[in-house]
Design a protein around this ligand. Structure first.
Ligand code: UD1
Length: 420
């Protein structure tokens, strides 16, 4: 596969509109199954994970068309309830089809989902939430056979951990149940608020997303809806950290600054100047980054695990020491060995990584092993001296519509080179 070749050290400068959010569009596409008829979804990024989700929708019998950033999903002819392992393995969020199929047809058959290798990623919370909503789920040689036999009226579900995916699965399944479901301990991520907005546009009655108790008054007749997906806060964090690494001045549009508060305050503490407005973030960085107080990943509104590698890459080429504590996933330091090839000084002990700013990193041939880890290597390359070659682009394409083109628009010297 091809790789990115980056000549680092050019300050970034310019304005960019951020793509629609991967982590929002995937559950929303699954939710479009809930009603027969055609939903119209705007601001859908062109990502390999979105293409895989559209393949699943087609396989289930939906008609799917794409016109630029708009995707049309007509779920009138939904006829299949089983998703083959090949498609389930493409990404983690394929598991959200469980709740969607149960809500619409009361049955689903699928295998365990794939996704980035970040350590164990169980789905026990998804399954126990769906069981509490009356689903019978059997694991037959790795195939999850689910039937919704009884639909309880009125139910309180407690998640022992605010899992984003389990919250989304429970919201979708509860829309198909009669009575009120109260979801306690729900994840509070902005993408859950976006899903609530879409469900309500379809005629559902969901309230509380963004807080830890979500109430779903289920059993309402649903209809297709027209909706625009929110901007991608992690893509935005990537461009901001890239500018922090390389220096310069950029303005991002299409992303809500309040969804990125934890990242923005780290960048500010590291010495960047930030200005925010409605759907707009401007960042200026004119000096090497300073070390900052410990960065501990946590469920929203804490520091997002998806931005850990990206911020680390920027700080590794700065000055001063920063401690990272990865609290969400067991194995999310895969980028560290690659950053070390570029001269980074990073020590790891279990969940903790201590980054001592090495001054400027230098270019090297590096490989991204997961989506955000790969993006972090691009961030490091933007600030590094000399040429960085980043391979493993298939991971990056899962979450960035056109990372090289966007960065080139901001003045970076980055090109995709076909291998061989
Ligand atoms: C979502 C995001 C992903 C992000 C993650 C954490 C999507 C498509 N992906 O993933 O980008 O990194 O949130 O913000 O939205 N857990 C269990 N049992 C379960 C489910 C989760 O133990 O049944 C644990 C996980 O192992 C992890 C933690 O809960 O330690 C958080 O996972 P979760 O919030 O479910 O992440 P995802 O929904 O997979």
């Amino acid at each position: 596969m091809s790789y990115y070749e980056i000549r680092g050290g050019r300050p970034l400068d310019g304005r960019l509109t951020v793509q629609g959010a991967k982590n929002s569009v995937l559950p929303i596409l699954a939710a479009a199954l809930l009603a027969p008829g055609q939903s119209v979804l705007h601001n859908c990024p062109q990502l390999s994970d979105v293409a895989a989700t559209l393949d699943i929708l087609r396989l289930l019998g939906c008609r799917v068309d794409r016109e630029g950033d708009t995707v049309l999903v007509d779920a009138s002819a939904l006829c299949r309830v089983n998703i083959p392992e090949r498609l389930m393995r493409e990404m983690r969020s394929s598991v959200i089809f469980l709740g969607a199929l149960l809500a619409r047809l009361g049955t689903a058959e699928l295998t365990y989902p794939g996704g980035c290798e970040l350590g164990p990623r169980p789905i026990d919370l998804h399954l126990s939430a769906l069981r509490s909503l009356g689903a019978e789920i059997q694991d037959i040689q790795g195939c999850l056979c689910c039937r919704q036999r009884k639909k309880p009226a009125g139910r309180e579900l407690c998640l022992s951990m605010p899992s984003v995916g389990a919250t989304e699965n429970a919201m979708l399944a509860a829309c198909g149940c009669s009575g009120i479901t109260t979801l306690v301990g729900a994840a509070r991520e902005p993408e859950i608020v976006d899903l609530q907005r879409f469900l309500n546009a379809m005629g559902a009655d969901v309230a509380g997303a963004g807080e830890s108790i979500i109430t779903i008054r289920g059993g309402r007749p649903l209809h297709p809806a027209e909706f625009s997906v929110m901007g991608d806060r992690i893509a935005a964090a990537t461009y901001l950290c890239g500018t922090a690494a390389a220096g310069g001045q950029i303005e991002l549009a299409g992303v809500e600054p309040e969804t990125l508060t934890a990242v923005l305050s780290c960048l500010e503490e590291a010495g960047c100047t930030l200005q925010t407005g409605e759907s707009r973030i401007a960042l200026t960085c004119q000096a090497p980054l300073k070390g900052i107080a410990p960065v501990r990943t946590a469920p929203y509104p804490g520091f997002p695990t998806d931005a850990q590698a990206i911020l680390m890459a920027a700080l590794a080429g700065g000055e001063g020491t920063t401690m990272f504590v990865e609290n969400i996933f067991d194995s999310r330091y895969g980028h560290v060995d690659e950053l070390r090839r570029m001269g980074a000084d990073i020590q790891i002990a279990g969940r903790v990584a201590v980054v001592t700013g090495a001054g400027r990193l230098h270019g090297a041939a590096v490989r991204g092993g997961d989506l955000r880890g790969g993006a972090a290597l691009v961030v490091a390359g933007l600030g590094a001296e000399g040429v960085t070659r980043v391979s493993g682009l298939r991971h990056i394409c899962r979450g960035y519509q056109c990372l090289d083109r966007d960065l080139a628009q901001l003045g970076a010297d980055i090109q995709e080179i076909p291998e061989g």
